[in-house]
Design a protein around this ligand. Structure first.
Ligand SMILES: Nc1ncnc2c1ncn2[C@@H]1O[C@H](COP(=O)(O)OP(=O)(O)OP(=O)(O)O)[C@@H](O)[C@H]1O
Length: 257
């Protein structure tokens, strides 16, 4: 078997004595699109926070590209190539589409505010590079023609694509998507699904949280099911849908399709 790009091994996290994520194991292969599903409060977003570094794990290890990352701060993990599109993330108002994406790249390059304030040559070079990457990312998500528009004026589906572009600006190897299709209309969901398929075809490894089981199982190679912080099932979309534990977790009834 190929080395996983990401290995989560025995990771737990509790809040106020209650486990949000409990002894979770997860191996994601390079180029894989992994779906993560589970009822409300199952621990899905907490798991993303542990992988991205926004939350510290108290037990277990997280290895990415052969390197332990579970003690690294979020920006170091971002520099290594892990990007997250957070649940319900909003575009920055009062900025263009291009500027919104450039903000994403600033997170993964050096320089920063001091360089900007002193107008160092390095800063100018970096700014050019960031602009280049931002345009490239917009092109990848089909928003190249919208670069100069106000980000707020975009329809919700395109705002989501913009958030994906912001994440892509750092040229990640692993992209975490937390319910990217939430609140979108059918046509917008289809456009987003197509974008995700294109990213996958380009070799990007992704983990995607979804409430909508049909949406995630349509795209995912494998699906991990969480319930009350634990992994209760993992397999191909067809396998998890037929799994009695999964059916039971979804209100003891049919797995929503
Ligand atoms: N910062 C926090 N402080 C306290 N409790 C938290 C915190 N974050 C999450 N929790 C709790 O941890 C559990 C898991 O939450 P989490 O948001 O990870 O679930 P989820 O599967 O992403 O849910 P949803 O589908 O509703 O987004 C819940 O019981 C939640 O109340």
């Amino acid at each position: 078997m190929t080395e996983p790009l990401l290995r989560v091994a025995g990771v737990s996290r509790s809040f106020g004595g209650v486990y949000a994520v409990r002894d979770v194991h997860l191996d994601v292969a390079p180029g894989e699109l992994r779906g993560v599903i589970g009822p409300n409060g199952a621990g899905k977003s907490t798991l993303f926070g542990l992988i991205g570094g926004q939350l510290a794990s108290r037990t277990g290890t997280i290895t990415y590209a052969g390197q332990r990352i579970d003690r690294l701060p979020p920006h170091r993990r971002a520099t290594l190539g892990i990007a997250i599109v957070f649940q319900g993330a909003r575009v920055f108002g009062g900025m263009t589409v291009l500027e919104n994406v450039m903000v994403g790249a600033h997170a993964t390059t050096g320089g920063g505010f001091v360089g900007a304030a002193l107008r160092l040559p390095r800063h100018h070079r970096e700014e050019r590079e960031i602009r280049h990457r931002a345009r490239e990312a917009l092109d990848r998500v089909g928003l190249a023609g919208w670069a100069g528009r106000s980000a707020e004026s975009l329809p919700l589906g395109q705002q989501r694509a913009l958030q994906v572009a912001r994440a892509l600006c750092g040229r990640p190897r692993l992209l975490l998507l937390d319910e990217p299709a939430a609140g979108l209309r059918a046509a917008e969901r289809n456009a987003l699904a197509q974008l995700i398929e294109e990213l996958k075809a380009g070799g990007l490894t992704m983990i995607k949280i979804e409430h909508d089981v049909a949406f995630v199982t349509r795209l995912a190679d494998r699906v991990t099911v969480l319930d009350l912080g634990r992994v209760i099932a993992e397999g191909t979309p067809a396998e998890v849908r037929a799994d009695p534990a999964v059916v039971a977790a979804y209100l003891g009834g049919e797995v929503p399709t």
